[in-house]
Design a binder for this molecule. Structure first.
Ligand SMILES: C[S@@+](CC[C@H](N)C(=O)[O-])C[C@H]1O[C@@H](n2cnc3c(N)ncnc32)[C@H](O)[C@@H]1O
Length: 274
């Protein structure tokens, strides 16, 4: 039995996915006919329910991957492969407070809200009103909107928050806004960026050199899928070869010892003591 208010994914015979926050008196209208949510509740996860036209739908508990893939998009969204690493590098966990610059359709917002839980807070800045509305709609569809403060504002005027645990930029010219980071991010806090071209990465690294950032990292993540056929196991013919470059660093605390400044970006190699 699924409880009212729980999120379910209903998969049609052709693989189309519908997401619903369960309300027992609701009816889902699909191309295959009507589905009673009361029946879905009673059947439970993994079960099969039938529309009034006798078409079978499978009831699934969605994973975060499913939710990100379901985001209705009018902008490029960050791919799950990149989001996984971003979450780890930013240290996003239950209770975290995170600023996201460039909410777009809300792909990354969904993941941030998922991990920070009811006691965390995501502050998502988006300058376009239509994208802000779309992001809100995407979050409402899966019941995560209460964890996110959507701020329909250009980040050129800075951030209203102080001492957040992490900050992520997914905007075209993040170097224009670096001056606003120290007043918003906690000293030592992680900062991340996604940029689609190496030219942008170069400009960003140059801009960071003159600012209080350390421990830089630049990378890209490639995922190669395989055809799941046991007797002819080999890679798929096509792959998504490029999404974006990821850049991470740490914000230095204000340092009054100007005779011995912290190493600037580019001079440090990552080493962990054993
Ligand atoms: C590529 S989209 C972000 C996609 C998002 N990360 C996702 O996973 O769905 C970049 C967004 O940044 C917004 N943006 C660009 N510059 C901005 C600025 N200065 N202030 C606020 N938003 C900005 C754009 O309007 C756009 O919606």
């Amino acid at each position: 039995m699924i409880k009212p208010g729980q999120l379910v994914m209903l998969v049609s015979p052709k693989g189309k996915r519908y997401f619903r926050v369960l309300q027992p008196d609701e009816v889902l209208n699909t191309n295959d006919g009507h589905l009673q949510m009361q029946t879905v509740m009673e059947k439970g996860f993994g079960g099969r329910v039938y529309t009034h036209l006798h078409r079978p739908y499978t009831v699934i508990k969605p994973t975060l991957y499913d939710l990100i893939k379901s985001v209705k998009r009018q902008t490029q969204i960050i791919y799950p492969k990149d989001i996984g690493y971003i979450i780890l590098k930013l240290g996003v966990a239950p209770g975290s407070k995170v600023i996201e610059a460039g909410a777009g359709s809300g792909g990354l917002t969904t993941a941030l809200a998922w991990f920070t839980g009811d006691h965390g807070r995501i502050y998502s800045y988006e300058r376009r009103e239509d994208f802000t509305a779309l992001c809100r709609l995407n979050l409402e569809k899966i019941g995560l909107e209460s964890r996110v403060e959507l701020i329909n504002q250009d980040i050129s005027s800075g951030f209203a928050q102080e001492n957040v645990d992490a900050l992520f930029f997914d905007v075209r010219t993040p170097w224009d806004y670096l001056e606003h980071v120290p007043s918003a991010l906690a000293p030592g806090g992680p900062i991340g960026f996604l940029l689609p071209t190496v030219n942008q990465v170069s400009i960003l690294l140059s801009a960071m050199q003159n600012r209080p950032f350390s421990s830089p990292e630049v990378l890209e993540i490639m995922v190669r899928h395989y055809k799941p056929v046991p007797e002819r196991l080999r890679p798929q013919d096509r792959m998504i070869a490029h999404t974006g470059y990821l850049i991470f660093a740490r914000l230095n605390a204000p340092d009054p010892d100007m005779d011995h400044p912290a190493p600037s970006i580019g001079e440090q190699e990552e080493k962990y003591a054993e």
